[in-house]
Design a protein around this ligand. Structure first.
Ligand SMILES: Cc1ncc(C[n+]2csc(CCOP(=O)(O)OP(=O)(O)O)c2C)c(N)n1
Ligand SMILES: [Mg+2]
Length: 277
């Protein structure tokens, strides 16, 4: 459980990162707003409270690592990294434009602070397991944090990684599923039903928790519990809402990658500033 001051600070940061993400995408005119907005709370928790990192030394030895395997959520990862000081904030307005260091999907060769290139669904998860194994072999006390999507969890590669990570007893791998119930152009229940996602991970011998992914206290409780489990990797399944904080995208199928007008951005930002989600 977070103390009141920390909780308020993180809530404020989550609001700022959501506003920054909306502005980034509105400047370009369209983008992956849905899946970027649904992970903001866990991003903020990791970057402002949990991870041992140094923005002035992005490749610091022994640091905690972060892999956003659903690489299309790049815009909210970039908003977070810019706010942390990994690169100037004005880079955000170059999102996915020619010559940018911020492509639509996360790229470790372009963006300071990105630990692994992602976008081909499933691959970031395997990379994260490899990184966690490397940390373990080196005897580091650090953790690897991984976010995967629920649609992404339909990839066979995810389950190969699941078997590998539990066989290797990767207690330093803490993963999150962004269970927003939507994928590229439909609801998961209509494509491949993910309702039994908890028991699937349990079946692969992971430590499994299920939380509200927009509740910072719940995220804190789950991460602290996961860190205590040293003999198995952890999966924290986060019930989230796709496009949370950008109201024009909530509850519609086309919110995966959509046009974001300056007018819609303005009203969504005003709502966030007024205290709405
Ligand atoms: C291997 C692979 N197949 C297909 C795609 C195209 N694609 C990009 S995002 C996406 C849907 C992902 O859904 P989900 O993981 O639920 O993401 P979110 O809801 O968080 O946006 C698909 C099919 C891809 N990037 N990689
Ligand atoms: Mg999804």
């Amino acid at each position: 459980m977070l103390d009141c001051t920390t909780l308020e600070m993180l809530k404020e940061k989550a609001k700022e990162i959501r506003i920054s993400t909306i502005n980034e995408i509105a400047h370009l005119g369209k983008g992956h707003i849905g899946g970027a907005m649904s992970i903001v709370d866990v991003l903020v928790y990791l970057y402002y409270h949990e991870m041992n990192i140094d923005p002035s030394n992005p490749k610091m030895e022994g640091r905690d690592r972060f892999v956003c395997s659903k690489g299309h959520a790049g815009p909210s990862v970039y908003a977070t990294l810019a706010d942390k000081g990994y690169f100037p904030k004005d880079w955000l307005l170059t999102l996915n434009k020619g010559g940018t260091n911020l492509p639509s999907h996360c790229d470790m060769t372009k963006t300071p602070g990105v630990d692994f290139t992602t976008g081909s669904l499933g691959q970031g998860a395997s990379a994260a397991a490899g990184i966690a194994l490397g940390q373990k072999i080196k005897g580091e006390k650090s953790f690897t944090y991984l976010i995967i999507g629920d649609g992404e969890s339909q990839e066979g590669q995810i389950w190969e990684m699941a078997e590998f990570a539990s066989t290797q007893n990767l207690g330093n791998l803490i993963a999150f599923t962004d269970f927003n119930k939507q994928q590229l152009d439909g609801y998961t229940k209509d494509v491949i039903n993910m309702d039994n996602i908890d028991t699937r991970w349990l079946g692969f011998n992971w430590h499994v928790q299920r939380i509200n992914g927009h509740d910072l206290n719940a995220i804190d409780d789950a991460v602290q519990a996961a860190k205590k489990v040293t003999d198995r990797p952890s999966m924290i399944i986060m019930d989230t809402v796709k496009s949370w904080g950008y109201a024009p995208g909530v509850g519609i199928v086309s919110n995966h990658s959509m046009a974001v007008s300056e007018a819609d951005a303005k009203s969504a930002i005003e709502a966030l500033e007024g205290g709405a989600k």
